[in-house]
Design a protein around this ligand. Structure first.
Ligand SMILES: [Zn+2]
Length: 113
């Protein structure tokens, strides 16, 4: 008998308690790994898919060497132009994806404040 996916070890990679204990830097690194999973977790330009990028030391943004497009971890996602810390969005994602039947937007809003 096949095991339900949410009971498998692969599904337990983004637990709510682990995200709640993350620092903002850890949450940003995790969000980056998830966002750019197509490239092994390494950032690439969302505009031209170029993998050659500059990394800014002072800010959490990157710049494409090919088209000079500056982008962040949330560029091109529904979280673009964000105002909350990345950890809050990661918490909302963890709440949403760990529900067997999903969660409503109101439930996620209540849980994440
Ligand atoms: Zn580019």
């Amino acid at each position: 008998m096949a095991q339900h996916f949410l009971l498998s070890a692969k599904a337990r990679t983004l637990s709510l308690s682990a995200v709640a204990r993350m620092t903002e830097d850890e949450a940003h690194a995790r969000f980056t790994a998830i966002r750019f999973a197509d490239n092994g977790g390494e950032p690439f330009c969302p505009r031209c898919d170029c993998t050659a990028i500059y990394t800014y030391a002072a800010r959490r943004i990157w710049k494409c060497k090919a088209c000079n497009h500056q982008f962040s971890v949330t560029s091109g996602t529904i979280f673009a132009s964000r105002k909350l810390p990345v950890r809050d969005y990661l918490l909302a994602i963890a709440i949403f994806v760990n529900g067997a039947k999903g969660h409503s937007a109101l439930h996620v809003a209540r849980q994440s404040g």
